[in-house]
Design a protein around this ligand. Structure first.
Ligand code: COD
Ligand code: ZN
Ligand code: ZN
Length: 375
C-alpha cells in the first residue's frame, strides 16, 4: 500500500538535550509539501559535526533529529518536484543548490542562500518541522536529518545518483568525502608535483589526502596526534605522517624544515584555532595556500599578523569542498563507481541504526574513521 500523502510512523534517533545519548523513538514524519521530498534512508555516516551539535559547539535547535551524511531512496515527492521521483536513489545534501539565488548563479559559489547553516532554524522553509514525537515538534538538522528511517528535505537539497550505486558505500559523499576532496581539488587547486600538509586525519582529512593525490601532489604530509590514523592515511595517499607530540618545536617549524621553507598547500581539518595558525604558518610565503576546512565554536576567533598574508600566503575557507552540491554529488558517485577514488576506505565500522550511541562512542574514542549506520 502506498504511503504517499500519509504520515509515516517510523524510528528515529532523537537528541532531546545537549550532551545526552540519542533516544530511539517512534516519530511521525509528515508528507512532503510543495518542492519537498520524503526519503527512506538506507545508510548514514556519523560525522564529527553531529557530535559538535551534541556537545553544543555547533548550535542547532533541540530536540532534533541529527545526521547529514546519508543515502536513501525517494518514497514520495511534493507538488512541483521535477528532479527526482519515487524509487530514485538519492543523497540529501546539507548545502542546497537552488540554482536561482545570487550565489548559485555565480560560477564559483556554493553557499546557496537557502542553506540552513547561516541561521539554523531547524525547520523547513515554511517555518514548521515535518517530525513530531509524543505530540512535540522535533527539529531538523542542517536540512537533512538522516538519523531517521524517513526524512523530508527540500528538493534543492537532494541529489539523484546512479541507480546502481551502493548506498552503504557512497553515503560519505554527502559530507566527509566531498568536503575534503573538493578542498584539495577545487578550492586549493593542488598542482602536480606539489607538497601538501594535511592537519587532521579523520574522515574529512583522509578525503583531503585523496584529493591531493588525485591532483598529482608529490608529497602529502599527514599530521595527527593519534598515530593510529597513520596506516589508513598512507593507504589513501599520504607519503609521510607525523605527530606534533614527537617534536619539541612547533609543528609549523618542523614542516617548514621538511619542505625546504614551506609547503605549497596546507589544510586544517581538525577545527582548532591553534592548528589553523600552524597550517597557515607552515605555508611557503609568496605563494602558499592554506585552506580552513574545520569549524570552531562561534565564540572562538582567529587572530593573525597581517604580515603572514602580506608576504604572499593565501588563506581560504570552504564548506562542502566548494562543490555545487546537486551538480557535483552525482558526478562524484560516478567517479567512485569508476574507481577514481576509494570513498569506501573511509568506512571502518558498520552498525545497525539502533546502535547509534555505540557509533558515537567509536568516534569519540578515536577508534573509527567513519561508522556507517544501516537501516
Ligand atoms: N593536532 C593534530 N591532530 C589533531 C589534533 C591536534 N591538536 N586534535 C585532534 N586531532 C585529530 C584527531 O585525532 C582526528 O584524527 C582528527 O584530528 C579529526 O578527525 P575527526 O574524525 O574528529 O573529524 P572529521 O574528519 O569527521 O571532521 C573534521 C571537521 C574538522 C571537518 C569537522 O569536525 C568540522 O569542524 N566541520 C565544520 C565545517 C563543516 O564542513 N561543516 C559541515 C558539515 S561537516
Ligand atoms: Zn559532516
Ligand atoms: Zn541557491
Amino acid at each position: 500500500m502506498s504511503t504517499a500523502g500519509k504520515v509515516i510512523k517510523c524510528k528515529a534517533a532523537v537528541l532531546w538535550e545537549l550532551k545526552k545519548p540519542f533516544a530511539i523513538e517512534e516519530v511521525e514524519v509528515a508528507p512532503p509539501k510543495a518542492h519537498e521530498v520524503r526519503i527512506k534512508m538506507v545508510a548514514t555516516g556519523i560525522c564529527r559535526s553531529d557530535d559538535h551539535a551534541i556537545d553544543g559547539s555547533l548550535f542547532t535547535p533541540l530536540p532534533a533529529v541529527l545526521g547529514h551524511e546519508g543515502a536513501g531512496i525517494v518514497e514520495s515527492v511534493g507538488e512541483g518536484v521535477t528532479s527526482v521521483k519515487p524509487g530514485d536513489k538519492v543523497i540529501p545534501v546539507f548545502l542546497p543548490q537552488c540554482g536561482t539565488c545570487k550565489v548559485c548563479k555565480h560560477p564559483e559559489g556554493n553557499f546557496c542562500l537557502k542553506n540552513n547553516i547561516s541561521k539554523p532554524t531547524g525547520t523547513m522553509q515554511d517555518g514548521i518541522t515535518r517530525f513530531t514525537c509524543r505530540g512535540k515538534a522535533i527539529y531538523h538538522f542542517l536540512g537533512t536529518s538522516t538519523y531517521s528511517q524517513y526524512t523530508v528535505v527540500q528538493e534543492c537539497a537532494v541529489a539523484k545518483i546512479n541507480a546502481a550505486s551502493p548506498l552503504d558505500k557512497v553515503c560519505p559523499i554527502g559530507c566527509a568525502f566531498s568536503t575534503g576532496y573538493g578542498s584539495a581539488t577545487k578550492v586549493a587547486k593542488v598542482t602536480p608535483g606539489s607538497t601538501c600538509a594535511v592537519f587532521g586525519l579523520g574522515g574529512v582529512g583522509l578525503s583531503v589526502v585523496m584529493g591531493c593525490k588525485a591532483a598529482g601532489a608529490a608529497r602529502i604530509i599527514g599530521i595527527d596526534i593519534n598515530k593510529d590514523k597513520f596506516a589508513k592515511a598512507q593507504e589513501v595517499g599520504a607519503t609521510e605522517c607525523i605527530s606534533p607530540m614527537d617534536f619539541q618545536k612547533p609543528i609549523e617549524e618542523v614542516l617548514k624544515e621538511m619542505s625546504g621553507g614551506g609547503v605549497d598547500f596546507s589544510f586544517e581539518v581538525i577545527g582548532r584555532i591553534d592548528t589553523m595558525m600552524s597550517a597557515l604558518m607552515c605555508c611557503q610565503d609568496s605563494y602558499g595556500v592554506s585552506v580552513i576546512v574545520g569549524g570552531v565554536a562561534d565564540s572562538e576567533k582567529l587572530s593573525l599578523n597581517p604580515m603572514l598574508l602580506l608576504t604572499g600566503r593565501t588563506l581560504k575557507g570552504t564548506l562542502f569542498g566548494g562543490f555545487k552540491s546537486k551538480d557535483s554529488v552525482p558526478k562524484l558517485v560516478e567517479d567512485f563507481m569508476a574507481k577514481k577514488f576509494p570513498v569506501d576506505l573511509l568506512i571502518t565500522h558498520v552498525l545497525p541504526f539502533e546502535k547509534i550511541n555505540e557509533g558515537f562512542e567509536l568516534l569519540r574514542s578515536g577508534k573509527s574513521i567513519r561508522t556507517v549506520l544501516t537501516f
